[in-house]
Every structure is written in C-alpha cells, then in structure tokens.
Design a protein around this ligand. Structure first.
Ligand code: NAD
Length: 536
C-alpha cells in the first residue's frame, strides 16, 4: 500500500465510484426491477442492496417468497419445452451473440462486479474471461457432446443401440457472492446449451451481476424466461427450489452443499455441489523460486483470497525455506491494497463485516496460540472499512482454527517439509479436496505426486488458473469439497437424462423354439468363451 492510495481515500472518491457504478448498471440493465422474476399479483417486499466497495445503496430489489416460486417455475417449464425443440445450431448462435454482448460491454461489466463485490479489477476480469471461455466452449462443443451415440448392442448385428441425451427441463442454480458474474452465467450457459431453462438464485449480497447476465442474454436474443433470476434468502427459497427443479446446481459452502444434496437426494433429483476448500501448494526444493513466489502470491490473494480455489496452506521444502520465505513475504508486502475501479489494485476490500471477523478471528486465535505474523494481519481503514492486508502466518499448529478451517480470505499459513512423502501426507490431512498445486523443476516427479494428492484439480507450476482455465477438463472437488463437476463433457452431460434406446432386429433375444434352452445356453457359453479366449 502506498501513501498516495491512503490519501486518495475520501468520501469524494467513493461518490465518484458510485456514479461510475450506477452509470454502468444503467447501461447494462436499464429495466433493473423488471429483470427480477416476481409474481406480478403478489406485493413484493423491496430490499435495499448495498455496494461492498462504497457501502452506499445500489438499488432496492423485489424479494421473492417461497410461494411465488411456483409461477416462476411454471414459466420456466413452458419456455423449456420450446427451447428443447430449438435446433442446437440456433442455441449456439444465440449463445455466441451473448458472448458478443459480454465482450462489447467488458468495462461496464467490470464496474458492476467491482461496485457490488469490492474485488480488484484484475480479479473481476477473471470473471468476464471465464464467462466468454465457458460460453464459447459449450456453444462450440455441445452438439458433439450431446449427439446421440451408436454403441455395440446386446446381440452384434441384431441389436441397434443408441444413447440419447434428454435435457432435464428446469435447472435450479444457487450461487455465492464471491464470483457473482461468472457463477451466475457459466454454469447456466452449459445447461442452456443442453436444452434446459434456468431459475437462478444469486446470493442476496450480489444480485446485480446476475441481473446484468439476464439483461445481456435478452439483448442477445435468448428467450425472455429462459434464464430467470429470483432474489431472496437461501434458507427461504432453497427447499421450494429443490422441490420444483429437475436438477440442482449449487456453489457455496460445504455445510449448505451437504444440506442441498440431502434434500435433492430425498427428491431423487441430480445435484452438483461445488464447495469449499483448504487448498495447498507444495514448493519442492527444485522449484523455480522466483516463478513460484509470483505464482504463490497470485494463488493466495486473488480476489482477496475469497476464491474457492485459492491457496491457504503453503508447504515449502526446508532446503529453500530461507530463500523462498523472505522473497514471498516481500512480494506480499508490496501488494497494492485499494478500493478502486482502476487496474492498479492487486487486492480489494472484503465483501462484508463477517468476512473481516472470520479473518481476524483466525489470525488472533493463531497468534494467541503461538503463530507469528510475517506480513499483514490488520485492516487498513484509511483505504476502506473492510480493506484487509494480505496476511502470512508462520508456526501454525493443529490446535489453531486456521490449520483446518477454510478462512476464505487473504490469509495463508506457511509450513516446512523435508520429503515428498511428508508433504503429501500434510496436504491430504484435511476433509477438503478442491484445488492444489505443486511447484517443481522436475515435472515428471510432480505429475506422479499429483496422482496421490486428494484434490479435484492439481496445478503443476501454477496456482489455480492452469487447471481452472483448462475448460475441456472437468473441475470439481474430492471429499467435502463437492459432488459432480463443471467444465468439460461432464459439465454438460450432467444437465441431461441419459437414455438408451435398443432396437432388436430379425429375432428376439432368447432361445429360438427350434433350438431349445439348453442348446441356446451352450451356444452363448461358447460365444463367451471365444470372447474371453481372444480378448474380443
Ligand atoms: P453459502 O453456502 O453460505 O451460500 C451460498 C449460496 O447458498 C447463497 O446464494 C446463499 O443464499 C445460499 N444458501 C444459504 N443457505 C441456504 C440454504 N439453507 N438452502 C439453500 N440455499 C442456501 O456460501 P458462502 O459462505 O456465501 O460462500 C462461500 C463458500 O462458497 C466458500 O466455502 C467457498 O469455498 C465456496 N465456493 C465454492 C466454489 C467452488 O466452485 N467449489 C466457488 C465459489 C465459492
């Protein structure tokens, strides 16, 4: 943080940011309240939504009640019926038109994300990038992934067997506040390309990015009710959404995810749960140190550490500890913490007071039990009310909260290790298994270690972007970090019911009368033996 930034912090600065945010929101979603799916007959409760960047009220939005969801889903079911009949090439055209609107409005979108969430502009850009990447990927590949496939049938030559992918119908999506634009759009686009309609409930703190997604989809020509946004409390809307959806896509904490999965299981509907993590990075003794330092700083503090795949545990080999740690700490101390909408800030303020409390609690508890703060450790109120310095801890032990609990903030703990075996055992010593990273000069060793890391994604010589950005590959969590996947073929097939159609020709399957059961069984037996013998 520099002096100029502290002195820039004033009411006038926030007023300017508000003006800029308001202009951006008006240009992207001029009919803001009409974009919220509310039953016109019910008198909606209006709720004021504030900016995490400036704390001012952005707008009042109508909050939906559980009983209003039936009409929302009934509209969704209607539009889903028409949408499933829409040729996939037309779906592709419309999704690519949506990409055009996103690319054309990049700066205004970044302003809205920053205004409502507070994150740095670079982190906000990751959201826009992700939406374009996902949308283009599924627009381009959905037809191939969901094309009916011919497979060998029960009786070669006599059974024609085909696999079909039938859209689920209406997909309910519940998303968190930390990536409000891409978690509103990217999962929805995959489901839309598969032929479904969407009802999205964004986190109550960040509804505006979701409404911008809806507005841009309509601008691109996608049908009006194909993507509906409902604003309301998760506790109130969660159960009716699960009752009314044909599939649930949830992103958020492991505790809520577990409860969503239970309720989805009770209704026997599919559910995807992308949950929390306590992600680890291993820096081996042969790691390229300067690259690893830069990679670790980005992986720990992107989006102020409020990123599900960000690194909270850093394991450094004893032989390079004395070189790596001072370099890492120096880079962290140089990070530019600011509440702004320019590209200069490396890290923005936290979203809300409870995030500040959680980070503070983890630091205080660790320090009280003997940990040492190597960098950061406090708020910088001159920058903004919730501007928290990127923080590095050393000497963390298992009795400290930060050892095993997800902080979900700008806080990383450093640990020393001696062998790969020891590093792997420490990395896997958690109930979570979302993301991980290994830095090494020997890629082969790192790749073989990766097979033993209990995490859905392992980045080698990167922190998170390499795996996340590999859109052809699935992304999801092991253990308490989730169920199912997004990205890749898995990320779209899950939004379909997989159906097998087998057409039997010429003769039914069973013993022909002329042969009798015994001869028929002997024939089948010989057939199986030939297959086994020649490995057919
Ligand atoms: P949260 O679980 O409290 O909230 C997430 C969403 O669930 C919000 O929309 C909220 O309104 C809704 N919700 C809350 N209670 C509900 C209930 N009983 N029924 C239905 N919906 C309910 O999560 P959070 O703390 O706001 O978000 C941060 C968490 O999300 C972190 O643990 C983070 O790691 C995780 N996350 C995971 C991913 C991923 O892809 N794995 C991505 C982003 C965030």
């Amino acid at each position: 943080m520099t002096e100029t930034i502290s002195s820039k912090n004033s009411a006038a600065k926030f007023l300017k940011l508000d003006e800029r945010g308001r202009r951006a929101l008006e240009s992207l979603a001029p009919r803001l309240q009409e974009l919220c799916s509310v039953n016109p007959e019910s008198v909606p409760v209006m709720e004021a939504k504030t900016s995490a960047l400036t704390d001012s009220v952005i707008a009042e939005l109508p909050v939906i009640k559980g009983e209003d969801l039936e009409s929302v889903f009934s509209r969704a079911r209607k539009v889903a019926k028409a949408w499933v009949a829409t040729d996939i090439r037309e779906r592709k055209r419309l999704v690519l038109a949506f990409v055009d609107t996103v690319l054309a409005n990049r700066d205004a979108i970044l302003d809205v994300i920053q205004w409502e969430n507070g994150k740095s502009r670079g982190s906000a850009f990751e959201e826009v990038y992700d939406v374009v990447l996902n949308s283009r990927f599924y627009a381009k590949h959905a037809a191939k992934m969901l094309r009916s496939k011919r497979v060998p049938g029960a009786m070669p030559g006599l059974t024609h067997t085909q696999i079909n992918y039938i859209p689920k119908g209406v997909v309910g999506i519940i998303s968190p506040w930390n990536y409000p634009f891409n978690l509103a759009a990217s999962d929805a686009i995959a489901a839309i390309m598969a032929g479904n309609a969407i009802v999205l409930k964004p986190d109550s703190q960040t509804p505006f990015s979701a409404l911008v997604v809806k507005s841009l989809m309509e601008r691109a020509g996608l049908p009006k009710d194909l993507f509906q946004v409902v604003i309301g409390a998760g506790r109130e809307l969660g159960t009716p959404m699960i009752e009314l959806s044909n599939y649930m896509m949830f992103t958020g904490s492991s505790a809520t995810g577990r409860s969503i999965a239970e309720r989805a299981g009770k209704n026997l509907i599919g559910c995807s749960a992308e949950l929390g993590g306590k992600n680890a990075m291993i820096i081996r003794a042969d790691a390229p140190i300067d690259r690893a330092v830069a990679g670790a700083v980005k992986a720990c503090f992107s989006s102020s550490g409020q990123l599900c795949i960000s690194i909270e545990r850093l394991f450094v080999h004893r032989d390079i500890w004395d070189e790596f740690v001072p370099k890492f700490v120096a880079q962290v101390k140089k990070m530019n913490l600011d509440a702004s909408m320019d590209w200069k800030a490396d890290i923005g303020p936290l979203i809300n007071d409870s995030q500040v409390e959680k980070v503070t609690e983890h630091i205080n508890d660790a320090v009280a039990k003997g940990a040492k703060v190597l960098a950061g450790g406090r708020l910088v109120p001159e920058v903004s009310k919730r501007a928290f310095l990127p923080t590095v801890l050393e000497g963390v032990t298992p009795d400290m909260q930060v050892f095993g609990e997800e902080t979900f903030g700008p806080l990383v703990s450093l640990y020393k290790f001696d062998t790969d075996e020891q590093a792997l055992s420490l990395v896997n010593d958690t109930n979570y298994g979302l993301n991980s990273a290994i830095w090494s000069g020997d890629v082969k060793i790192a790749q073989s270690m990766a097979l033993r890391v209990e995490a859905g994604t392992v980045n080698i010589n990167d922190g998170y972007a390499a795996a996340w950005g590999s859109i052809h590959a699935p992304s999801g969590g092991f253990k308490d970090s989730g169920l199912s996947h997004r990205h890749g073929e898995e990320g779209i097939v899950k939004y379909t019911d997989v159906q097998t159609v087998a057409t039997q020709r010429l003769m039914p399957i069973g013993a022909p009368k002329l042969l009798g059961e015994k001869v028929w069984a002997n024939l089948l037996h010989s057939y199986l033996k030939v297959q086994q013998r020649f490995d057919l």
